[in-house]
Write a protein of this length. Structure first.
Length: 472
C-alpha cells in the first residue's frame, strides 16, 4: 500500500505548486475522499456530451499541437526528464484524431502531460479549472492512506457525509463499492504513470480509488477499533477549498499555527496570530496538509522569522536567467532573500510539521527554515513536488495548460524536486494513535522546542558572560 492521500492544491498568480498532477493534482488538498478532480469520473453521460462539445476535430488537433509545442519550448528541462518528447507527439497524434468528444480529448491531454513524470505540468479540463478558480473540491469528507500496512481513514471533515455516517479516523478500509480494496489498488497501480515522486504517484492512485464527481455515491466497508465491521454509504459533495489560518496556544504554552495553502488571504491572519503569540516560548507551524501556493506569500511569512536579510531559496530556469513574467512586471530572482530588522515578529524556537501532503511552496518554506537553522522539521518526508509554474495557458475551448518553468533549491543548494524535505525528527501516527486521537508528530515537535529553548537560553547566557569578560 501507500502513504496518506490528501492532495495539495494549486494556487493562482505565480504558482509554485498547484496541485499534484496526475490526479490532476492540483488541488491537492483533500485526498482519499476529497478530490477536486478525478479522471475516472470525467466523462459525462452521452446526451450531455453532445450538448457540451466545444471543440471540432480540427480544434482538437490544433490544441494538441499547441500543448505539445508550448511544452517543447518552455519546459524547464530541455531533456524533458529523459522523455523523448518528439516520440510522445508522434504517438499521441493518431490518438487525438480518434477522439470523439471533448471529455475524451481532455483525458488524453492529461495523460500526455503526465508522461513527463512531473506533478506540476498538466492539462486541466474547463470544468476542473473552473472548480480550482472557485477554490472548491469534491469529496465524501474523508482522507485515507496506508498506516501500519493497512488502508486507513486518517481524517474526517466535521461537516461531511462521512462524519454523519459515523466514519472515524483509525477505521480500516476493507472494501470500496463492495470490492476488496487491495484488489482495486493493484489494478490502479498497473495503469498508473509515475509522477514527480512515489509519494506524488500515491496521490493519483488514491484519487482513482476514492474520487468521483459531486453527488455521486461511494460505499465503504470499514472495520472499527473493536474489530466489528460496518458499511457507510456516502454521497460526494462540494467543499470550500479556501485557505484559512488555525491558531491556538497549546497546554504547554507553545503556540500552534496551521494553514493549508500559501495564498494572499492568509498573510494577514498569519501575521496577526504570530503577533498575538510572539512571547510564546516556542512555535509549531503545521504544514501537513499544505499543498503550496504563491511565491509572493512565502516571502513575507518567512521574513517574520529573521532580523536580517537572509538567503532563503534558490531557483533555476531553462535559460539560466531569472524568470520574468507579466510583460516584465514580475521577476523571480535566482536567489530569494527574506527578513530584516523591521520585519521579524518571532525570535523564539520553531518547529515545522510536514508529511507527504506538504508540497511545493510549503517545501520551499520548510527547506528554507531548516537550512538557515531557524527551525527543526518534524514528521515524514515531504512530497518532493517543487517546480514553478509561471502562468496558465488557456486553450481554445477553455482547457488550461500549466508548464513547469522553474526548479527550486534550498539555501544550501539541495534540489527539492524529487527529494523533498527530510525531517530532523521522524514521527508518524499508528492506527492506534488515530483511533485514540493522538498526534505523535505534534508531541515530538513540542519535545524538540523544549530542547531548542534550552540551547537558546544557554547560548544567551554564554554571550552575556563573554561580554562581561571583555570589559576591562
Amino acid at each position: 500500500m501507500m502513504g496518506p492521500a490528501q492532495f495539495p492544491c494549486h494556487r493562482n498568480g505565480v504558482r509554485i505548486f498547484a496541485a499534484l498532477v496526475l490526479l490532476g493534482v492540483a488541488n491537492l488538498v483533500a485526498a482519499g475522499g476529497n478530490a477536486s478532480q478525478n479522471r475516472s469520473a470525467a466523462v459525462p453521460p452521452a446526451d450531455s456530451q453532445r450538448q457540451q462539445e466545444r471543440l471540432s476535430a480540427k480544434d482538437r488537433k490544433s490544441v494538441f499541437e499547441k500543448v505539445w509545442k508550448d511544452i517543447r519550448d518552455y519546459y524547464y528541462d530541455p531533456a524533458f526528464n529523459g522523455v523523448n518528447w518528439r516520440e510522445v507527439h508522434d504517438r499521441y497524434a493518431p490518438l487525438v484524431e480518434g477522439t470523439k468528444t471533448d471529455a475524451e480529448f481532455y483525458l488524453l491531454m492529461s495523460r500526455m502531460t503526465s508522461e513527463l513524470h512531473d506533478a506540476h505540468t498538466r492539462f486541466n479540463s474547463p470544468e476542473a479549472w473552473s472548480n480550482r478558480k472557485k477554490q472548491q473540491r469534491v469529496g465524501a469528507g474523508f482522507a485515507a492512506g496506508e498506516v501500519d500496512g493497512k488502508m486507513v481513514i486518517t481524517e474526517v471533515d466535521a461537516n461531511s457525509d462521512a462524519a454523519r455516517r459515523g466514519v472515524l479516523p483509525g477505521m480500516i478500509v476493507l472494501r470500496v463499492n463492495d470490492q476488496p480494496v487491495d484488489a482495486q489498488l493493484a489494478e490502479i497501480v498497473k495503469a498508473a504513470t509515475a509522477s514527480s515522486t512515489e509519494r506524488a504517484t500515491q496521490f493519483y492512485i488514491y484519487r482513482r480509488l476514492f474520487g468521483g464527481p459531486a453527488n455521486s455515491a461511494i460505499k465503504l466497508g470499514l472495520q472499527r477499533a473493536d474489530g466489528s465491521e460496518f458499511e457507510a454509504s456516502l454521497t460526494r459533495q462540494v467543499f470550500s477549498d479556501a485557505p484559512s489560518v488555525i491558531s491556538r496556544l497549546l497546554p504547554s504554552g507553545n503556540a500552534y499555527i496551521r494553514f493549508d495553502g500559501f495564498e494572499h488571504p492568509i498573510v494577514k491572519e498569519f501575521k496577526e496570530a504570530l503577533t498575538k503569540f510572539r512571547d510564546a516560548p516556542g512555535l509549531v507551524i503545521d504544514l501537513r496538509k499544505n499543498g503550496g501556493g504563491d511565491l509572493s506569500v512565502i516571502l513575507p511569512l518567512a521574513g517574520y522569522f529573521f532580523d536580517k536579510k537572509t538567503l532563503f531559496a534558490k531557483d533555476s530556469t531553462r535559460s539560466g536567467r531569472p524568470l520574468s513574467e507579466f510583460v516584465g512586471f514580475f521577476k523571480v530572482p535566482l536567489e530569494i532573500n527574506v527578513g530584516g530588522a523591521s520585519e521579524q515578529l518571532f525570535s523564539g524556537p520553531v518547529t515545522i510539521l510536514v508529511d507527504a501532503r506538504s508540497a511545493s511552496s510549503s517545501e520551499i518554506f520548510a527547506a528554507g527554515m531548516q537550512d538557515t537553522g531557524r527551525a527543526k522539521i518534524v514528521g515524514t518526508q515531504s512530497c518532493g513536488c517543487v517546480l514553478g509554474i509561471a502562468k496558465s495557458r488557456e486553450m481554445k475551448g477553455g482547457g488550461v495548460l500549466e508548464i513547469s518553468e522553474v526548479v527550486w533549491f534550498s539555501p544550501k543548494g539541495r534540489r527539492l524536486e524529487g527529494s523533498g524535505v527530510l525531517p530532523d525528527e521522524t514521527a508518524a501516527p499508528t492506527i492506534a494513535d488515530l483511533q485514540q486521537q493522538r498526534d505523535p508528530a505534534l508531541a515530538e515537535a513540542e519535545k524538540a522546542l523544549g530542547a531548542m529553548g534550552l540551547a537558546q537560553r544557554a547560548a544567551a547566557q554564554e554571550s552575556v558572560k563573554g561580554q562581561g569578560k571583555a570589559q576591562f
